[in-house]
Design a protein around this ligand. Structure first.
Ligand code: BES
Ligand code: MN
Ligand code: ZN
Length: 495
């Protein structure tokens, strides 16, 4: 699908539909919709007078132009009340109108932008289009001809002066949406199509196409370098683990470093502490933290912010077998701390322990890990906010700010020392589960033991990565949560 911008007049644009966004509660039409109404002999005004279309957010309506303008259809989408309008409303409305035009079977549409549309709104519209049109059809072989897809969207601006800014906002929106789409594709991919090795190969390809640096550590090297926690989780599987290192090195002088860490469990059966079969299939997305990091790194490689950004992914399967690690086993993490494994299903924090230990070598100004870590965060927050916990107030504020902008919402939970008691082990330095209360906090308290020496924050995305409902630009299955947030965080970075 191609999106391009041009200076023009919607009335002569030869596309399958013209789309207009309309605010709720306006007393009269203005701008392009008014011109369309005039050309259509008052047909749009009549829609309002009849009460059939009010401009409520995501409400849509369709008119046939019957030769009044070059395009055969006009699609209207409600933007809600103008005083409430923001980039998130733009994403929601844009997704809705693009979907409804696509579902007609149309191939192209154009949207005239009101004069002085802010770049942030243009970017959000593009994100809404691309994310709303997302479909995961890779494994369908039947009735492919019935799958509808748009071919091109034209953004119309009314003068040459506003074209460059619009083009730039479109490009940024596309790059960021493509990062999220990459994250969705990876999370939706079944575990037999996305092993740790395949994930690492994907990272290499992304690095090659975007100019990122990429290094992959394989099993022998992981053993030798002391990734005992990651290797322990991987030992139950026939598939080898991989540790993926991606780096965006900015032009010019040495810059601050930030590290993004992703949980990359390509399938989580629970290991010997086996999960129940109901819903186990969803554990193919237990690498959604890794997916968000990869999606963000792809976008960062293209946008090239003035910041050294490292992406670390600890990838393995978590399976039961004769070689699997057992409850009671003790492993030694990358940084040297020993861990008693009391539940093999608390594997995410194990692989992250090694990754967080490794992160210290960059002397980072911030480390953010993303992980589908606990079912408890779904109980606490549902699917609309990720759990946010960390050791540095300034970093937490920066993350909240990025989350506001991208509408990938976060909600902070406490990390008070009182909770530390819960993960004390009788035989090792720490144990990998708490007492069963405050499960999301217990997970973060464990990670905190390995996130020493730098400002650190953890996002528990078990609820937000999958099964989000009610948003027009987030489909069933994987949401791609976190990719946009991480890109925003890097673009806004100030030391
Ligand atoms: N991958 C799961 C968490 C999860 C649950 C992700 C639901 C997405 C949706 C994680 O590895 C896990 O199994 N966590 C356990 C921890 C427990 C054993 C302390 C959990 O939440 O039950
Ligand atoms: Mn698990
Ligand atoms: Zn898991």
């Amino acid at each position: 699908m191609i999106i391009h911008a041009k200076v023009g007049d919607f009335k002569t644009e030869r596309v399958d539909a013209i789309a207009f966004g309309i605010f709720e509660g306006g007393t009269s039409l203005d701008g392009a919709p008014q011109a369309a109404d005039a050309a259509m002999d008052g047909a749009i005004g009549e829609l309002f007078e009849s009460g059939d279309f009010k401009g409520e957010l995501k409400q849509t309506s369709l008119l046939y132009t019957r030769g009044a303008i070059a395009a055969p259809r006009i699609g209207l989408v409600g933007l809600g009340k103008s005083e409430n309008f923001n980039p998130e409303k733009a994403r929601q409305a844009a997704a809705k109108i693009a979907q409804s035009i696509r579902d007609l079977g149309a191939k192209t549409f154009a949207i005239p932008l009101p004069p002085d549309t802010p770049e942030g709104i243009i970017q959000a519209i593009i994100e809404g289009f691309l994310l709303g049109l997302y479909q995961f059809n890779l494994h369908k072989t039947q009735d492919l001809d019935k799958i509808k897809a748009l071919e091109a969207i034209t953004i119309i601006v009314d003068d040459e002066d506003s074209l460059p800014a619009a083009e730039q906002a479109i490009e940024i929106g596309e790059i960021i949406a493509q990062g999220t789409i990459l994250a969705r594709d990876l999370s939706n991919q079944p575990a037999n199509y996305l092993t740790p090795t395949m994930l690492a190969d994907k990272a290499k390809t992304i690095a090659d196409t975007t100019g990122l640096k990429c290094e992959i550590l394989e099993l022998a090297e992981l053993k030798e370098k002391g990734f005992g926690a990651l290797v322990g989780v991987a030992q139950g599987s026939q598939e080898e683990p991989r540790f993926i290192i991606l780096e965006h090195i900015p032009d010019g002088d040495v810059q601050d470093s930030v590290v993004y860490v992703g949980k990359g469990i390509t399938f989580d059966s629970g290991g010997l502490s086996l999960k129940p079969s109901r819903g186990m299939d969803e554990m193919k997305h237990d690498m959604s933290g890794a997916a968000a990091v990869l999606g963000a790194m792809q976008a960062i490689g293209r946008l090239r912010p003035n910041l050294h950004v490292v992406g670390l992914i600890a990838a393995t399967e978590n399976l039961p077998s004769g070689t699997a690690q057992k409850p009671g086993d003790v492993v030694t993490s990358y940084a040297g701390k020993t861990i008693e494994i009391l539940n093999t299903d608390a594997e995410g924090r194990l692989v992250l322990a090694d990754a967080l230990g490794y992160a210290a070598k960059y002397d980072p100004k911030a480390v953010i890990d993303l992980a589908t870590l606990t079912g408890a965060v779904v109980t606490a927050l549902g699917h609309f906010a990720a759990g946010l916990l960390g050791t540095d107030d300034n970093l937490i504020e920066k993350i909240k700010h990025a989350a506001d902008k991208t509408h990938e919402r976060v909600w902070q939970l406490p990390l008070w020392e009182d909770y530390d008691e819960g993960i004390k082990s009788n035989v090792a330095d720490v144990q990998n589960i708490g007492d069963g209360t405050a499960g999301t906090i217990a997970g973060a308290v464990f990670l905190k033991k390995f996130a020493g020496g730098y400002p650190w924050a953890h996002l528990d995305i078990a609820g937000t990565a999958w099964g989000v409902e009610g948003s027009s630009y987030i489909p069933k299955g994987a949401s791609g949560y976190g990719a946009r947030l991480l890109v925003q965080f890097a673009r806004d970075w100030t030391s």
